[in-house]
Design a binder for this molecule. Structure first.
Ligand code: FAD
Length: 503
C-alpha cells in the first residue's frame, strides 16, 4: 500500500487555479508525506482577471481556515450581494439577481407564485423588493448575516469582489507556509512514459527537471499538459456562448461603494463593473464576428463612470470545456479545463469544485479508472449545468437592435435548457437536480428578469384570500426595509471590518 501512495504532486501554473489548488492540498496533506511543487513563469504571467465570485467561495476560505477580515484587507476585497443586469431582456430593462432567496415560501408554495398572483391583482412591487440582498444593494448598504433563523438578516447571502492577482499572492503565502515549494521557470518540455502515456516530468528552460507522481494542469488557456501533452479534446460551445474576446481596464474608485456587480448588455456583448476597495474593475465581453476590437474598446471606455487607470488589455478565449478533466495522471483545473464566460462569476467556483472533487476522490498511485470516470462525470455535469444557466441570459431576450442579439435570440439551445424554460412558461415552476449549483431562486430571478412569463400560476392560490397574501408580502417587504435602514453603508462596513486588521 505504502508504495502506492502519491509522494509528489506538481502543479503547473500559479494563477488563481494553481494557488487555490496548492492551498487546498497543502491544508490536507502533510509536507513530510506528500511533496507539493508549484511551477510558474513570471515571463508568461497570469490572466489577471477574475474579480467577482459567488457565495461558495466563503466555504473554500473557511475550509482553509482563512480569516475573512485579513483576506479582505490583503485582496482589496469588497462584498457582493448579487448582480444588477441592465438592458438584457430588452433595452431599458433592469433587474437584480440577488444571492439568497426572494421572500419566504409559504405553505410549501414558492414565494414567487404568491408574488405573481398579487401582481395580477395590482401589486406594483418588483420581485427584488422582497429580497434583503437586493434591497441592501440598492442602498449601497451591508452587514453580515445574522445566525438567528428568525431574523430577517438570516436571509442575507454574500460573496466577494477582489483583486485576482492579490488573491493568488495571498494564497501563495498561505501555501508556502505549509510547505509548498514554488519554482520560478518556463516549462519548455514535458516527458511522458512510453508505455502508460503518464506524465513523468516537466522540463524547464534552465534544464531543471521536475518529476512527480501526479500533475495538475493550471497553465491557463495554454493547457500545457491536458491539451499540448495529452491531447485531450476541447468541446466547443461557442455556438451557444459566442463571445470570444474581452477588453479589461480598471478605473478610479467612485462613491458610493456598491456591494454588487453591474452587467450591462451592449450591442455585441456586455460590460462588467466590479468595485474593489481601491478601484473599479471593468471589462467588455464581446463576439469578434459582430464588432471590431477598436469599436469594442470605444464601447468599453464610453461605459466607464470614472477615469481609466491605463490602457485596456485584450484577452482572447473560446467557450467550452475539455472532454475529460482528468486524464492519465493529470487533472486540469481553471482555464486549462474550460471557460464559460464570467457572466455569473462561476469560474473560480469551478476551480473550487475541481479541487474539492479531487480531494474527495483522492487516488492512490494506481490512479484508478473508476475514480477518474467519476471525477469526469461530476465535472462535466457541473460545467453543463452552469453553461445552461449562462445561455439563458443570452437567449431570453427580446432585443433585435443588432445582429448579435438576433443571433442569440434565434439560436438553438440545449434540450436541457429548453425543458427548463418550457416548464417555467407553463406554470412558473422550476425543477432542478439536487446537486445543481444554481438554486430555484437564481433561475426564477433571471427568467422573470428577462421577461419569461408563466402562462398560469399555482391555481391553489385562488383558494387563499388575496388580502391575506398581500398582507404577508407587505410585512416581508416592511421587515426587510426596516433591517436595511439600520445597516451601515458598504463603505463604512468595509472601513471598519477589513481595514481594522491592516498592518
Ligand atoms: P492563469 O491565470 O492564466 O494562470 C496560468 C499560469 O500558468 C500562470 O502562472 C503562468 O505563468 C503559468 N504557465 C503557463 N504556461 C507556462 C509555462 N510554459 N511554464 C511555466 N508556467 C506556465 N472568474 C471568476 O470566477 N469571476 C470573474 O469575474 C471572472 N472574470 C473573468 C473575465 C475574463 C475576461 C476571463 C478571461 C476570465 C474571467 N474569470 C473569472 C476566470 C478567471 O480569471 C480564471 O478562472 C482564473 O483566473 C484562473 O485562471 P488560471 O489560473 O487557470 O490561469
Amino acid at each position: 500500500m505504502a508504495n502506492n501512495i502519491i509522494k509528489t504532486i506538481a502543479i503547473v501554473g500559479g494563477g488563481t487555479a494553481g494557488w487555490m489548488t496548492a492551498a487546498a492540498l497543502s491544508r490536507m496533506l502533510l509536507p513530510e508525506n506528500v511533496k507539493i511543487i508549484l511551477v510558474e513563469s513570471e515571463q508568461i504571467g497570469t490572466v489577471g482577471v477574475g474579480e467577482a465570485t459567488i457565495p461558495d467561495i466563503a466555504n473554500f476560505n473557511l475550509m482553509l481556515g482563512i480569516n475573512e477580515q485579513e483576506f479582505l484587507a490583503e485582496t482589496n476585497g469588497t462584498f457582493k450581494l448579487g448582480i444588477e443586469f441592465r438592458d438584457w431582456g430588452k433595452l431599458g430593462d433592469q433587474y437584480f439577481h440577488p444571492f439568497g432567496s426572494h421572500g419566504v415560501d409559504m405553505n410549501g408554495i414558492d414565494f414567487h407564485q404568491y408574488w405573481l398572483h398579487t401582481r395580477q391583482n395590482g401589486n406594483k412591487a418588483k420581485l427584488e423588493d422582497y429580497s434583503i440582498c437586493a434591497m441592501a444593494a440598492k442602498q449601497a448598504k451591508f452587514v453580515l448575516p445574522d445566525n438567528n433563523p428568525k431574523s430577517v438578516l438570516s436571509h442575507l447571502r454574500y460573496a466577494y469582489h477582489f483583486d485576482a492577482t492579490a488573491y493568488a499572492a495571498f494564497l501563495r503565502k498561505f501555501s508556502e507556509k505549509r510547505g509548498v515549494i514554488r519554482i520560478e521557470g518556463l516549462i519548455e518540455d514535458v516527458a511522458t512514459d512510453n508505455e502508460t502515456g503518464n506524465i513523468q516530468s516537466v522540463i524547464l528552460k534552465s534544464g531543471q527537471k521536475i518529476e512527480a507522481d501526479f500533475f495538475f494542469d493550471c497553465s491557463g488557456f495554454r493547457a500545457l499538459l491536458l491539451d499540448k501533452t495529452l491531447g485531450v479534446k476541447f468541446k466547443d460551445w461557442s455556438h451557444w456562448l459566442p463571445c470570444n474576446r474581452a477588453q479589461a481596464v480598471a478605473s478610479e474608485r467612485t462613491e458610493p461603494l456598491l456591494p454588487y456587480t453591474i452587467s450591462s448588455a451592449k450591442k455585441s456583448g456586455w460590460q462588467w463593473r466590479i468595485p474593489t476597495q481601491e478601484r473599479t474593475g471593468n471589462g467588455h465581453i464581446y463576439c469578434s464576428d459582430f464588432i471590431s476590437d477598436d469599436e469594442a474598446n470605444q464601447v468599453l471606455l464610453e461605459g466607464l463612470d470614472a477615469k481609466p487607470l491605463g490602457d485596456a488589455r485584450t484577452i482572447h478565449f473560446q467557450t467550452g470545456c475539455r472532454e475529460k478533466f482528468w486524464d492519465k495522471n493529470c487533472i486540469g483545473i481553471g482555464l486549462s479545463s474550460g471557460f464559460l464566460e464570467p457572466l455569473e462569476s462561476t469560474s473560480i467556483f469551478l476551480i473550487q469544485q475541481g479541487v474539492s472533487r479531487f480531494i474527495s476522490l483522492y487516488p492512490d498511485n494506481n490512479k484508478s479508472a473508476v475514480l477518474q470516470n467519476e471525477y469526469n462525470r461530476l465535472m462535466t455535469r457541473e460545467f453543463t449545468q452552469v453553461r445552461d444557466f449562462i445561455i439563458l441570459h443570452y437567449h431570453a431576450t427580446e432585443r433585435d437592435d443588432s445582429p448579435f442579439w438576433n443571433y442569440c435570440k434565434n439560436m438553438s439551445i440545449p434540450d436541457s435548457l429548453k425543458h427548463k424554460i418550457e416548464l417555467f412558461e407553463a406554470g412558473g415552476r422550476v425543477f432542478r437536480d439536487d446537486q445543481e449549483l444554481f438554486a430555484k431562486s437564481n433561475w426564477i430571478a433571471v427568467m422573470l428578469g428577462q421577461n419569461i412569463e408563466p402562462q398560469v400560476y399555482e391555481p391553489i392560490l385562488l383558494g387563499i384570500p388575496i388580502n391575506e397574501i398581500k398582507h404577508s408580502l407587505d410585512s416581508m417587504n416592511h421587515a426587510m426595509g426596516q433591517a436595511v435602514s439600520r445597516m451601515p453603508t458598504h463603505a463604512q462596513f468595509i472601513q471598519k471590518y477589513a481595514n481594522g486588521v491592516r498592518s
